[in-house]
Design a protein around this ligand. Structure first.
Ligand code: 5GP
Ligand code: MN
Length: 323
C-alpha cells in the first residue's frame, strides 16, 4: 500500500528496534542509504542494525560505519519491531526476509515496485533512495552528521553516474549541495568509487573486445563470464555513437546470467520486468536462468520488440566467436 512521507516518518517514530536492509547485489545507493539511515535512527535514540544478504563491492567498504553491515547467518533471527527496506521491493533482500516477522516499511524509488501487501513510500522521480532518505531525515527532524551525509552523497552520485544521467533533477543537485554543506568531500567520494584493481581494468578491456551492435547500431552489448565485479562496465558501451540501449550479460555461473541494461530513451524497466526483473526506465536488470547464448537471444529479441524493430533475425545471428 502506498503511504505518504509523513506516514513513513510516523512509523519510524513509533518503532524502537529497527532492522534496516537493502537489495542483494548492493550498489552505492543501497549501501549509502542503509548506512545513513542507521546513523539517523541512532541519532534519534533508536536501536538499529543493518543486515544485507550479499557481499559488497570493495569500493563501498570505505564508507563510514561500513563494518556494521552484517550478513544473516542461516536460521538466524533478529528481534525487531520494524523492518525498514530501502532501495528495493521486499523480494530482493534474500535471507533478511527470514530474520524477523516485524511489519515492513519500504522506502524506494523503483518504478517497478508494486507496493502490494506492505507499506511503501515510493518516489520514482527521485534519482536515488538516498535523495528520499535525506527528505525523510528532514521530516523526522534528525540532523545529518558529516558521516551520514557522505553515505547519502555516495548513493546520489552513484545512481546518477555522478550527476550525468537523466534522473538528475534540480532537487538532486540541491540535495547534493546541502550534503556538501553538511561536510561531504565530493573528491573523496569520487576517488573511492572509481578505484579499480589492475585485474578489473584488464577485465574491462576483455569485455570491450566482446562488444557487438544490433539493429542498425541502436543496441550494443557486451558478454562476460565472471564472478568478479562488473560495476561500471556497461558505461563503456553506452557512449557508442547512435546507441540507445546498452546491455551487459554476465554468465556468473552455468545457466545463470545477470543482465544489466541502460538506455537514452527506451523504457528498459518494462523490458526487464517482462523478463522477471525490474529497475528504472533508463537503468534496469534481470536474471535469466539459461546459457549466455539463449539469454542473448531472449534479451535482444525483447529489446528489438521494444524498439519496434521489424526484422528480429539479428537477435539470433551472433555468438560463435564470443565464448
Ligand atoms: P544494475 O544494472 O546496476 O544491476 O541495475 C540497474 C537497476 O535495476 C538498479 O536500480 C537495480 O536495483 C535494478 N535491478 C537490477 N536487476 C534487477 C532484478 O533482477 N530485479 C529487480 N526488481 N530490479 C533489478
Ligand atoms: Mn537506487
Amino acid at each position: 500500500m502506498l503511504i505518504t512521507l509523513k506516514q513513513a516518518a510516523q512509523k519510524i517514530q513509533a518503532a524502537n528496534k529497527i532492522l534496516v536492509t537493502a537489495h542483494i547485489l548492493p550498489d552505492g545507493d543501497a549501501v549509502g542509504s542503509t548506512l545513513a539511515m542507521l546513523q539517523i535512527l541512532r541519532s534519534m535514540g533508536k536501536t538499529a542494525e543493518i543486515f544485507i544478504d550479499d557481499t559488497v563491492r570493495d569500493n563501498l567498504h570505505a564508507l563510514p560505519h561500513f563494518d556494521e553491515i552484517r550478513r544473516p547467518a542461516k536460521n538466524e533471527k533478529f528481534d525487531a519491531d520494524l523492518l525498514l527496506i530501502l532501495d528495493t521491493e521486499p523480494d530482493r533482500i534474500g535471507n533478511v526476509r527470514n530474520l524477523t516477522d516485524a511489519p515492513i516499511l519500504n522506502v524506494d524509488h523503483h518504478v517497478t515496485n508494486s507496493g502490494e501487501g506492505f507499506d511503501l513510500y515510493l518516489e520514482h522521480e527521485a534519482a536515488a533512495t538516498c535523495e528520499i532518505v535525506f527528505k525523510l531525515a528532514g521530516e523526522l527532524g534528525a540532523k545529518i552528521s558529516p558521516d551520514a551525509a557522505t553515505c547519502l552523497y555516495t548513493g546520489l552520485a552513484t545512481d546518477t553516474g555522478f550527476f550525468q544521467f537523466s534522473n538528475t533533477r534540480a532537487e538532486t543537485l540541491r540535495t547534493a549541495a546541502e550534503l556538501v554543506a553538511c561536510g561531504v568531500q565530493p573528491n573523496w567520494v569520487s576517488e573511492q568509487m572509481e578505484r579499480r584493481s589492475i585485474s578489473e581494468v584488464r577485465a574491462m578491456s576483455q569485455a570491450l573486445q566482446t562488444a557487438r551492435i544490433f539493429f542498425d547500431g541502436k543496441v550494443a552489448g557486451i558478454f562476460l563470464k565472471t564472478t568478479d565485479s562488473t560495476e561500471g562496465f556497461i558505461d563503456l558501451i553506452r557512449v557508442i555513437n547512435g546507441v540507445d540501449v546498452a546491455f551487459l550479460i554476465n554468465e556468473k555461473a552455468p545457466n545463470f546470467c545477470r543482465v544489466s541494461m541502460r538506455s537514452k530513451g527506451t523504457d528498459v524497466a518494462t523490458i526487464a520486468n517482462s523478463l522477471g526483473g525490474g529497475g528504472h526506465i533508463r537503468a534496469a536488470g534481470c536474471t535469466l536462468k539459461t546459457s549466455i547464448d539463449d539469454a542473448t537471444k531472449i534479451l535482444v529479441e525483447a529489446i528489438g520488440k521494444a524498439l519496434r524493430v521489424e526484422n528480429l533475425s539479428d537477435a539470433g545471428t551472433l555468438l560463435a566467436d564470443i565464448n
